[in-house]
Design a binder for this molecule. Structure first.
Ligand code: C2E
Ligand code: MG
Ligand code: MG
Ligand code: MG
Length: 292
């Protein structure tokens, strides 16, 4: 009986694997079409500077408006783009689109607003990341400091020497560089020091329980102090509650990003938010009332 069950299990896994492989192939085909048909869109999530309560920048987060499926989250398709090498083309599109948006805002009543874009490791190895960035900045005639690149530790490890060379070149121009999901990777501090980093983004994993887990709170505080000691700025990701915000303010975190303030939104929604915030006299939120 055991043997029989074993064989059934085996067959079950095989069938499931076929389904996975087929689904994967189908998604790959759909993604190639999505590139041709321009089905991608950038959403923008505000980052708030805690000292003033003002929006000082936004993160560009890609969405796929897949026909018949609605908006697809990047967690489902970025890995496929990376596996197939398509991320290089899509990554160039993200940079070009973000730079166009920076220029549009600069010329409108929104004004200068920094956009950060997420960059995959492959973009440093295949493709021409520095070329893409430089031509997007030049074509749109925007100051380089309005563009920030977000790298994860794993994206920095694909080809370290080449990545450092590209980042050094872009950093000299004034492009800003941040480490995303900080604290969850495997690289040593000695390794990270070799990269020209302006800002650390504390991963949501440390923020989630910051108000009731002393270890997480200690880690978040340590990251903030380390960043400041190294003359870097620090931003907390995934801030959802006023309690988390109060802790981060108390710990002198520079910026926050998260659903508490706003989820990622469309350009139109963001513009509405920015213009109404601008019309208000003082900082938009009464955060001064919530010091710990
Ligand atoms: P990430 O860069 O770490 O982005 C943060 C993710 O957390 C986003 O998910 C955002 O919507 C979500 N988030 C923001 N605030 C909160 C909050 O308060 N609570 C919770 N639970 N989540 C929050 P999203 O948009 O689904 O993106 C997922 C990941 O996909 C990103 O993580 C990034 O690694 C990747 N990604 C997104 N856009 C791009 C892109 O253009 N290129 C590349 N290479 N990767 C991208
Ligand atoms: Mg990011
Ligand atoms: Mg992140
Ligand atoms: Mg992430």
């Amino acid at each position: 009986r055991a043997k029989h069950a074993g064989r059934d299990t085996y067959r079950f896994f095989t069938a499931q694997m076929n389904v996975d492989v087929l689904a994967r192939l189908e998604m790959e085909k759909a993604l190639r079409k999505a590139i041709e048909n321009e089905e991608f869109e950038l959403y923008y999530q505000p980052k708030v500077y805690l000292k003033t309560g003002r929006i000082t920048g936004v993160e560009a987060l890609i969405r796929w408006n897949r026909p018949g499926h609605g908006m697809v989250s990047p967690q489902f398709f970025i890995p496929v783009l990376e596996d197939t090498g398509l991320i290089v083309r899509v990554g160039s599109w993200v940079i070009a689109t973000a730079c166009k948006q920076i220029a549009l805002w600069r010329q409108s009543s929104v004004g200068a607003l920094q956009i950060s874009v997420n960059v995959s490791g492959q973009q440093f190895v295949e493709g021409d990341l520095d070329g893409d960035v430089i031509s997007a900045l030049t074509e749109n005639d925007i100051p380089p400091h309005l563009l920030e690149l977000e790298l994860t530790e794993s994206s920095m490890m694909v080809n370290t020497e080449r990545t450092i060379a590209i980042l050094d070149k872009l950093k000299k121009l004034g492009v800003q560089i941040s480490i995303d999901d900080f604290g969850t990777g495997y690289s040593s501090l000695a390794y990270l020091r070799r990269f020209p980093i302006d800002k650390l983004k504390i991963d949501i994993a440390f923020i989630r329980d910051i108000t009731h887990n002393a270890d997480d709170a200690a880690l978040a505080l340590t990251i903030i102090r380390m960043a400041h000691g190294l003359k870097m700025e620090v931003i907390a990701e995934g801030v959802e509650t006023i309690g988390q915000l109060a802790y981060l303010r108390h710990y002198r975190c520079d910026h926050i990003q998260g659903y508490y303030f706003s989820p990622p939104v469309t350009v139109t929604e963001l513009e509405k938010m920015l213009l109404s915030a601008k019309r208000m006299a003082a900082p938009a939120l009464p955060w001064n009332m919530y010091t710990v």
